[in-house]
Design a protein around this ligand. Structure first.
Ligand SMILES: CC(=O)N[C@H]1[C@@H](OP(=O)(O)OP(=O)(O)OC[C@H]2O[C@@H](n3ccc(=O)[nH]c3=O)[C@H](O)[C@@H]2O)O[C@H](CO)[C@@H](O)[C@@H]1O
Ligand SMILES: C=C(OP(=O)(O)O)C(=O)O
Length: 417
């Protein structure tokens, strides 16, 4: 199994180009199932999760061609609507096939994704919403089996804010009969990006980015071309890496507006941050890193996908910082691994209390999920010695060529075979 060897000590300096957002590209690729014409999607990152999505789309019968970061999909030849357990278990976002398959073809069988390292992550809101739209759904032998003639529009009030739940229902409602409304919708930029993509193909969606989304059903979607938005979590990860190493890094091809709370916390931590239309520079040279208090909440609040990285920031910083997780019940798997590197962190319920740690020391550590892996790599950048990060397949799910990008900023990081 591949590992990363990360040798600490270098201040990160230079420029890094941010890739397209995994969490926008995935729903967009699945929603292309709805289109009767050819769809061209630009800025699609090269990631394990994207490859898994291609495998699923090809199993359904779609043709998928990739040329660099551009992907061309023709959903015309789709003849199967079954997403099997062996693929779904490797990527929870496979659930995003459910809404589009059912809406376009009147049937879908998608394996239940099951729990994962960060929590149980049920999909009841996806199922309840589709039932409200007239689908007949049973859960048998680990599969969600859904049938409908044409979905009918519904007024759906989500019990909890769910990102992929909102995306699945919004995509399903695009071809439904009538005007659907989703209340308490997720406001994440990736939801808005999916709405913009669908509107490019002829959908009639308004209100994405607010907590009430309205979808006027249409008979069909045509083809079109769309560019995926930049990855705000990848951007945030590089900014934290720059901050903890006392470096000076400019992220290019990004959108500062998507990261307001994260940038605010980094400023509070003592970083000098400047922004332009599509870049963010974080300069920590000669400045003191100060611990901050963060609490994860749905967008536009502090993102749960950035909390593991801020746990490391708080350990390196002066003072006592806290990281409170309110979205997932078990998202602190990185803490015991960081403790093995000497990090002074105490878990109190859903809060990690982080104390300044004079010097992290290298250790062999195990990645347990995507952002936990990123936090271990960041810790390795400031630890004394060479940290070995195991199970990096987690990081490959969501970071495009992270070792090349970090090496380009002066980090010493190698992938073993
Ligand atoms: C592919 C993708 O975009 N993944 C993101 C998405 O995951 P994902 O869409 O899976 O996360 P949700 O927003 O759905 O989860 C939020 C909370 O709602 C709960 N819940 C969700 C659905 C449901 O039917 N029932 C239920 O109880 C979950 O267990 C969790 O506690 O949003 C998360 C929260 O910002 C991010 O961490 C993930 O990176
Ligand atoms: C939790 C994440 O992804 P997923 O929902 O695909 O597991 C993430 O991107 O941090």
């Amino acid at each position: 199994m591949q590992q990363f060897l990360v040798t600490g000590g270098a201040e990160l300096r230079g420029e890094v180009t941010i890739s397209g957002a995994k969490n926008a590209a995935l729903p967009i690729l699945f929603a292309s199932i709805l289109s009767e014409g050819e769809v061209i999607i630009d800025n699609v990152p090269e990631l394990k999760d994207i490859d898994t999505t291609f495998k699923l789309l090809r199993l359904f019968g779609a043709t998928v061609q990739r040329d660099g970061n551009t992907v061309i999909i023709d959903a015309g030849p789709i003849h199967s609507q079954i997403a099997s357990y062996d693929l779904v278990k490797t990527m929870r976002a496979s659930i995003l096939a459910l809404g589009p398959l059912l809406s376009r073809f009147g049937q879908a069988e998608v394996s239940l994704p099951g729990g994962c390292a960060i929590g149980a992550r049920p999909v009841n809101l996806h199922i309840d919403g589709l039932r409200k739209m007239g689908a007949d759904i049973t859960v048998e032998n680990g599969y969600i089996k859904a049938k409908a003639s044409r979905l009918k529009a519904a007024h759906i009030v989500m019990d909890m804010v769910s990102v992929t739940g909102t995306e699945n229902l919004m995509a399903a409602a695009v071809l439904a009969d009538g005007v659907s409304v989703i209340e308490n919708a997720a406001r994440e930029p990736e939801v808005t990006d999916l709405a913009h993509f669908l509107n490019t193909l002829g959908a009639k969606i308004s209100g994405a980015g607010t907590d009430t989304i309205q979808i006027e059903g249409v008979e069909r979607l045509h083809g079109g071309r769309y560019r995926v938005l930049p990855d705000r979590i990848e951007t945030g990860t590089f900014l934290v890496a720059a901050a903890v190493t006392g470096g000076d890094v400019t992220c290019r091809n990004t959108q500062p507006g998507e990261l307001e709370v994260v940038l605010e916390k980094l400023r509070e931590a003592g970083a000098d941050i400047s922004t332009g239309e599509d870049w963010i520079r974080l300069n920590m040279t000669g400045r003191t890193l100060k611990a901050v208090q963060v609490k994860t909440v749905p967008h536009p609040g502090f993102p749960t996908d950035m909390q593991a990285q801020f746990t490391v920031l708080n350990v390196v910083a002066q003072g006592v910082g806290t990281v409170t997780e309110t979205i997932f019940e078990n998202r602190f798997m990185h803490v015991p691994e960081l403790q093995r590197m000497g990090a002074r962190i105490q878990l109190e319920g859903n809060t990690a209390v982080c104390q300044h740690t004079e010097q992290l020391t290298a250790a062999q550590v195990m990645a347990t999920d995507l952002r936990a892996s990123a936090s271990l790599v960041i810790a390795g950048l400031v630890a004394e010695g060479t940290t070995v990060v195991d199970r990096i397949y987690h990081i490959d799910r969501g970071y495009e060529r992270i070792e090349h990008k970090l090496a380009g900023l002066g980090a010493t990081i190698k992938r073993t075979n």
